[in-house]
Design a protein around this ligand. Sequence first.
Ligand code: ZN
Length: 236
Amino acid sequence: MTKLIYLEDTYLFESEAEVKEIKNTEKGLAIILDQTIFYPQGGGQPTDHGKITTENVVFNVADVRLDEDGVVYHFGNFQNGTIKPGEKVTLKVDKERRINNAKLHSAGHLIAEAVKKLEIPGIKPVKGFHFPEGPYVEYEGTLENPQEYIPEIEKTVNELVEEDIKVEKEELSTEEAEKKGVWAPTGKSARIVYFQGYEQRGCGGTHVKASGEIGKIEIRKISSKKGMTKISYIVE
Ligand SMILES: [Zn+2]
């Protein structure tokens, strides 16, 4: 298992690690470390990019994935040199990309809180897609005249941004999560993330420290068809 340091600190962009293994996989060359600050793509959030380096070696990280056993694969290529198991390396995460992803992810959660606050009937949150290319929050259920909801959702969510509400995170045992009615993947840590005073949601993503950091959120459109409703947004 790889220790996931990004869960503790979204803003740690550089750290040390030890190389466990270099693997040639179907998806290309991968470095496995004892611990990582690289976010592995999943949960609606894109992969981090960055570099794994030693004094003489640079490995460009293009994609990061977490397998079922909790091992993180850093896929990419050596710009020069090579690394052996046991070596100490420096990890550098692309800061701008990470912050942007954290803002988009937190914005998705905040929209869910705004929708809940407005008590819009007939829709139930399912998932979020927080990629820069067309992020949205998805609901089960449909709305009549969905576009009519845009102004009030946008107003409410930006009020929540203005309030600069603190983001809290906690690790729960699977039993604790179950008791709270929070979904947790079996065998994995049940991590909850929430805006102080708002709903606790199971989430393994990286988040900003408080809602004010997100900046203005624009609700771009709401589509409602085939039993599903999608609220699309952008962060300025
Ligand atoms: Zn999330």
